[in-house]
Each structure stands twice: as C-alpha cells, then as structure tokens.
Design a protein around this ligand. Sequence first.
Ligand code: HEM
Ligand code: HEM
Length: 186
Amino acid sequence: MSLYANHERPQPLTTANPKWAVATRIFHWGSVLLLIITWVMIQMDENAVDDTYITLHKAFGLSVLFWVIARLINRAMTLKKVPPSTPMPKWQTGIAHLTHLLLYVLILAMPLTAWCATMLRGNGVDFFGLFEIPSFLAENRDLSRSLMGFHKGLIWTLLLTFTGLHIVGALYHQFIQKDNLIKRML
Ligand code: HEM
Ligand code: HEM
C-alpha cells in the first residue's frame, strides 16, 4: 500500500517547489490542532472536580477520528496532486513515507482503542452535548481495560515518538538542508 503516486513522468518546471493540495494542508494542520486540544482536555481533567473535561476529551478525540477518516478520503482523491518528493537520498524518502503511514495508523488507533474501551464498559459518548453516540458493543471489562492500557501507554508513546521524528525531519530540512520543505505544507 502506498500513500504516494508514481511520479515517473517528467514534471513541468513550474512544480519545482510544489505545494500539497489546499485541502491536504487544511486537513494536516486541522489534525494537529485537534490533537493538541484533545491532549489539553486530558491535562485539564487531572484536577477537575467533575466530568466536563473528560467528556470533552472523548468528544474531541472522536472528532480526530472523523477528521482523519475525511482526511484519508481526501488524500485518496488527490493522489495525482501529491507533490514529487524533495530531492534527498532514497533511504530518507523511504523513512519519511513510512513515518507518514505509521502516523496515520497511530492517529486512527488512538481514538479507536479508547472509543471501543468506553463502549465495552457499556458507555456511550456525549458529542459536545449535541447528541449521544450509544454503545454498540457487548460489555467486556477485561478487554476494555487492555484497550485503555494501549490507548494510554503503547499507542500514545508511539504517536509521540513518530510525531517527534516527523517534526525533527521537517526542521532538519528547513534549517540544515535549507530546501524550504515546510513551505510545501503551509
Ligand atoms: C486522537 C485522539 C486521542 C488522544 C490523542 C488521546 C490521548 C489520551 C492520553 C494521552 C491519555 C492518558 C492520560 C494519562 O496518562 O493520564 C488519555 C486517556 C483517556 N482517554 Fe484519550 N485520547 C484520544 C481519544 C479518546 C477517545 C475517542 C476517548 C473515548 C471515546 C478517550 C477516552 C479516554 C479515557 C477514558 C482516558 C482515561 C482517563 C483516566 O485515566 O482517567 N480518548 N487519552
Ligand atoms: C508541528 C508539527 C508538525 C510539523 C511541523 C509537520 C510538518 C510537515 C511537513 C512539512 C510535511 C510535508 C512533507 C513533504 O512535503 O514531503 C508534512 C506531511 C505530513 N504530516 Fe506533518 N507535521 C507536523 C505534525 C504532524 C502530525 C501530528 C501528524 C499526524 C499525526 C502529521 C502527519 C503528516 C502526514 C501523514 C504527512 C504526509 C502528507 C499527508 O498525507 O497529509 N504531521 N508534515
């Protein structure tokens, strides 16, 4: 499976420093913003006296899920507009593409594990007070505990690690290679 189109045909000169499609850029930064808000909500929940912040954490977390599904549909529909890779050694392009694929897997796994864990405890999710998404899974507390363990432990750690790697890569290109890579996503 590849997130990238084949760019074997010669590219016209105008694509020398091409940008990602507008929708791809909006989806990228929208995901970053939603992730940060979801994380802030769980931090606020630590000293909270009621369920306000954990309820918001769940609603924002589910919004990440819906947003990333829309992002992937957009990504599949704009495959032909994927800009050709910036010139760099093949192994670097490989690592960048693999990191992107892993980031998609992890950013989907984060909300999915917690949503399933919530439903396996028999609970629905209050979506910003607008409506309730009911549980459609049979109760299973052991499985719920394991999934929540992954949500708070392994998957979160991997998401932070690969996001860090991704940011370091972007900064390396921007400030050491000086190839203006970040501009492609702005
Ligand atoms: C991309 C989306 C999400 C991110 C980044 C995220 C992040 C986190 C993190 C970092 C923690 C651990 C906090 C700690 O160690 O104390 C956590 C806990 C939790 N999350 Fe999420 N989460 C997301 C989506 C969801 C969703 C969709 C739900 C439920 C529908 C959810 C429910 C919970 C619950 C119940 C906890 C445990 C709180 C506690 O231990 O009291 N999360 N989340
Ligand atoms: C401050 C944080 C971030 C910065 C500075 C950043 C920067 C970038 C840049 C410059 C690109 C374009 C690379 C290129 O043109 O070859 C890119 C692409 C990408 N980024 Fe990020 N990024 C950040 C956070 C994230 C996060 C949190 C995720 C997901 C969890 C993510 C997922 C992706 C993916 C999947 C791509 C490939 C294009 C796509 O499919 O949308 N990024 N990022």
